[in-house]
Design a protein around this ligand. Structure first.
Ligand code: AP5
Ligand code: MG
Length: 220
């Protein structure tokens, strides 16, 4: 029986947050909460939230804190989060991190660990042009490492894979700038709280998974 884990996965765009969160969510049987996936689902369904978020996402900027925080608050209050959760892409600003601390305090709990996946900008820019994603089930693939990506059909649900609109080189560069300006300060924030663990994101995805398993005391 696994102990309850409340985790945040930090890292630059393309560091591998989503890839690792999916694996961990399955392993630990706890929900994977990706604010990016929530926004993309709303964009696809043309909801008012989707229309608002799209303006920011397309340019590589952050969706305003007050919008994002409300979404996460509602999601964390859902019953499946009682046994833990993996936050991917939230928090992304100091203000979001402080709000998360307060939200969890109100729920009578706190974070157990923040895992920072480290990868340099050059690797990320090269990597993101090869990403393919499923617009239906959010599965993530890469042209270099996946035959499914090259075939273009999701192996989980059969939908046609797409390239994310924000994965153009220009938008990736803007996203990296946004990351360095607004999200990177969270590394010191969580280091100060004694919650931060760094893992390498430049090797293979399997290497990163092995490091994460090690820090969490998990076996393969
Ligand atoms: P979001 O969807 O969170 O995007 P992101 O942070 O830019 O991160 P990515 O999803 O691009 O990368 P990832 O780290 O998940 O990497 P992945 O595993 O896919 O956010 C999108 C936008 O929404 C933001 O720009 C913002 O506008 C908005 N938003 C979201 N949250 C917000 C918030 N809290 N506040 C405000 N705005 C918010 O891997 C990338 C690729 O590499 C894949 O193809 C994968 O197969 C491959 N890969 C993974 N690991 C490796 C490896 N080790 N080696 C080789 N390839 C690998
Ligand atoms: Mg992601």
């Amino acid at each position: 029986m696994q102990s309850i884990m409340r985790l945040v996965i930090l890292g630059a765009p393309g560091a591998g947050k989503g890839t690792q969160a999916v694996i961990l969510s399955k392993k630990l049987q706890i929900p994977h909460i990706s604010t990016g996936d929530i926004f993309r689902s709303n964009i696809k369904n043309e909801t008012p939230l989707g229309k608002l978020a799209k303006q920011y996402i397309d340019s590589g900027a952050l969706v305003p804190d007050e919008v994002t925080v409300g979404i996460v608050k509602d999601r964390l209050a859902e019953p499946d989060c009682i046994n833990g959760f993996i936050l991917d892409g939230f928090p992304r600003t100091i203000r979001q991190a402080e709000t998360l601390d307060r939200m969890l305090e109100e729920l009578g709990t706190k974070l157990d660990m923040v895992i920072d996946i480290e990868a340099g900008d050059d690797i990320i820019i090269k990597r993101l042009t090869g990403r393919r994603v499923c617009p239906e089930c959010t599965a993530i693939y890469h042209l270099r490492t996946s035959e499914t990506a090259r075939r273009g059909i999701c192996e989980k649900c059969g939908a046609k894979l797409i390239q994310r609109e924000d994965d153009s080189e220009e938008t990736v560069k803007n996203r990296l700038k946004t990351y360095h300006d607004q999200t990177e300060p969270l590394i010191s924030y969580y280091e100060g709280k004694g919650l931060l663990v760094r893992v390498g994101g430049e090797g293979s995805a399997a290497d990163t998974t092995a490091e994460i398993y090690q820090v969490l005391g998990l076996t393969e």
